[in-house]
Design a protein around this ligand. Structure first.
Ligand code: SAM
Length: 252
């Protein structure tokens, strides 16, 4: 039997140990004392690890600035992230949210990744502005909205977990009634590469087009709200992994 009987299935992430290696590398740096408590330095060190050692699935320094502009403009009191990985985007967003006293709730299904992210959040001194929750996005969202009633409306949400889950999770948010016209913004990463065609089709469609799509769609028990009106733009970027885009959607 494997000595890791509880390890996650490989589709969640190709676990080859690089994320834990990042922590060892970070804490063995001679400048660790100067890095501690400084989010920009922790982020720069993760960029250095990505450039010189192993590639990480971080939002990176090409798409990151667009998210920082959105946070600076909208100043959400609570931002949600689906898919935290090692916490790179959580550090970037948490640091930006700190400027106006906002918070980030980052949902990560893999406890190993969440542990790495938590440690880096601690190192950066962003504990008060970033909370990492372990669990599957749909389960955590349902719990926070239905059971704990902790979230009543979504100001800004960043979808960066698994492209196949973007649309079912958007349908869940529609069903939960937390998408508020004139208030909510959704940003989905990697919509060109690897791509999220069904999600893009939905957020670009009119209510009439969405009703037609639903005639053929398998909604898997969800109750989408096709009457919501979305406005979506997809800026494109040249990243380390090729051309990619962010789908930025306003609920009108
Ligand atoms: N947002 C991170 C950043 O830019 O630094 C990168 C996230 S990485 C592309 C995707 C992450 O989503 C992985 O850590 C994976 O374990 C997680 N994930 C996959 N399915 C998930 C789910 N259903 N709920 C929450 N997290 C999930």
């Amino acid at each position: 039997m494997s000595n890791r009987p509880h390890a996650p299935p490989p589709h969640i992430i190709g676990l080859d140990g690089r994320e834990v290696d990042l922590l060892h590398w970070m804490y063995s740096r001679p400048d660790i004392k100067q890095i501690r408590g400084n989010p920009e330095k922790v982020i720069a060190a993760i960029d250095e690890y990505h450039d010189k050692h192993n590639k990480l699935m971080n939002i990176g320094d090409v798409k990151g600035p667009t998210m920082l502009d959105i946070i600076a403009q909208r100043k959400p009191s609570l931002m949600i992230e689906l898919g935290g990985y090692v916490g790179y985007s959580a550090l970037l967003f948490g640091n930006a949210l700190k400027a106006h006293g906002g918070k980030l709730l980052s949902i990560e299904v893999n406890p190993e990744m969440a542990a790495v992210a938590n440690q880096l959040v601690e190192l950066a001194g962003l504990r008060e502005h970033v909370q990492i929750m372990v669990g599957a996005s749909n389960e955590v969202l349902e719990e926070l909205v239905r059971e704990k009633k902790q979230i009543k409306e979504i100001e800004l949400i960043f979808l960066d977990h698994w492209q196949k889950l973007y649309l079912p999770d958007l349908w869940l948010l529609e069903e939960l009634g937390v998408l508020v016209p004139g208030k909510t913004m959704l940003v989905a990463d990697n919509v060109i590469m690897p791509g999220a065609p069904d999600y893009l089709e939905w957020v670009k469609a009119t209510p009439e087009e969405k009703k037609k799509l639903l005639e053929k769609a398998d909604v898997g028990g969800r109750r989408p709200k096709p009457e919501l009106i979305y406005e979506t733009i997809v800026p494109e970027f040249d990243t380390d992994f090729g051309k990619d885009g962010l789908a930025i959607t306003k609920v009108l």
